[in-house]
Design a protein around this ligand. Structure first.
Ligand SMILES: *Cc1c(COP(=O)(O)O)cnc(C)c1O
Length: 359
């Protein structure tokens, strides 16, 4: 029996480190709506520098970061082009349409998370009174629903060139941009050099308790600050939260390589189990999607059987599950996970349901 739960549902389950808690305790604060919180200001300067942009803005979540970015680039009735597996399209309640009035135009995500350049170019609208105006292309790096694949620098640059040739802005949903940068060995700033705006999360693999940021030009951030206020995101002594995000940026980025190594270990182990199918070569960062091919077992049933053994992995489809390695998962834990999966596949439990969480 396992003594401790191994939680692979997401990297959002990570808890703040002792250094973060201390920094939160010690943080000087002020009213950030007045621009007077020194810790928030320090975080925003740090984020802007790390992403090579003029300015940045602290927001409460990745969803808010994407929403205020889309609302800053597009007016009501304008169009945004994005992938059909994009987080913004699938998992944010359609907020950019519901609250921003922005029309989403999807094109298929390729298995590696990219959008084909030809299809992108063809989707940009010409001048015609029947059409909405294309204002924005949104990419996602790493790509959550495409297995945590990291979009290559050359690809992001090529989309940036295409966008600027057509007078369209480029937004990168970089909730896991830090993972992409570490996996590719490229600086985060270089990776988003072609983007007009970027959103990043501190509360996923970096283990901060709360918070995300957006970055871009001074003018973009001026608009984003207004958009943040209208969606209720103007926070006051938010330096308490920003302090943990600063520690996350300074201490928790490089170690993501451990999560990536553990994910590869997990994928290779799963590939060796009869009844499980996984493309281990496609695992580039901390996300592992795998399928149950054992006929008596569903994804939900396998998830429930694992939960009974203290291993938490969410089902993400009838036969599919997603495991996300994170700060609290060690290489030794991966061995235990593999043993649990092997046992569950050998002795299937068929009547079980669990809810799917896709964050
Ligand atoms: C998690 C995630 C978000 C949203 O972040 P929240 O902080 O949960 O709102 C946005 N985009 C991607 C790709 C994500 O994985």
């Amino acid at each position: 029996m396992m003594s401790q739960t191994i939680d692979l549902r997401s990297d959002t389950v990570t808890k703040p480190t002792p250094a973060m808690r201390q920094a939160m305790f010690d943080a000087p604060v002020g009213d950030d709506v007045y621009g007077e919180d020194p810790t928030v200001n320090r975080l925003e300067e740090l984020v802007a520098a790390k992403l090579g942009k003029e300015a940045a803005l602290f927001v409460s979540s990745g969803t808010m970061g994407n929403l205020v970015s889309v609302m800053s680039h597009c007016g009501r009735g304008d169009e945004m082009i994005l992938g059909d597996k994009a987080h913004i399209f699938l998992y944010e309640q359609g907020g950019s349409a519901a609250l921003g009035g922005v029309h989403p135009r999807t094109i298929p995500n390729q298995p590696d998370g990219t959008l084909e350049l030809e299809q992108l170019a063809a989707a940009i609208r010409g001048e015609n009174e029947h059409y909405p105006i294309t204002r924005l292309i949104a990419l996602e790096n790493t790509h959550n629903r495409c297995g945590g694949r990291a979009l290559r620098l050359e690809y992001v640059d090529a989309v940036g060139t295409l966008a600027s040739q057509h007078g369209v802005k480029l937004h990168v949903d970089g909730a896991r941009l830090w993972n992409a940068a570490v996996a590719l060995g490229v600086s985060p700033a270089r990776l988003v050099q072609a983007a007009d705006s970027v959103s990043v999360c501190f509360s996923k693999g970096l283990a901060a308790p709360v918070g995300s940021a957006v970055a871009g030009s001074q003018e973009f951030i001026r608009r984003a600050r207004r958009a943040r206020k209208v969606v209720g995101g103007g926070m006051r002594q938010a330096g308490i939260l920003a302090a943990a995000a600063i520690v996350a940026l300074e201490e928790m980025v490089e170690r993501l390589a451990e999560d990536h190594a553990n994910a590869r270990l997990l994928a290779q182990g799963l590939a060796a189990i009869d009844g499980i199918a996984v493309d281990a070569d496609a695992v580039e960062t901390n996300i592992v999607y795998f399928n149950v091919v054992q006929p008596e077992l569903s994804g939900a049933a396998l998830s429930a059987a694992l939960a009974a053994k203290g291993v938490l992995i969410n089902p993400t489809g009838t036969r599919q599950l997603r495991a996300v390695t994170n700060y609290h998962v060690r290489a030794a834990d991966i061995e235990q996970v593999l043993e649990a999966v092997e046992a569950a596949v050998r002795m299937p439990v068929t009547s079980a349901t669990t809810s799917a969480i896709y964050q």
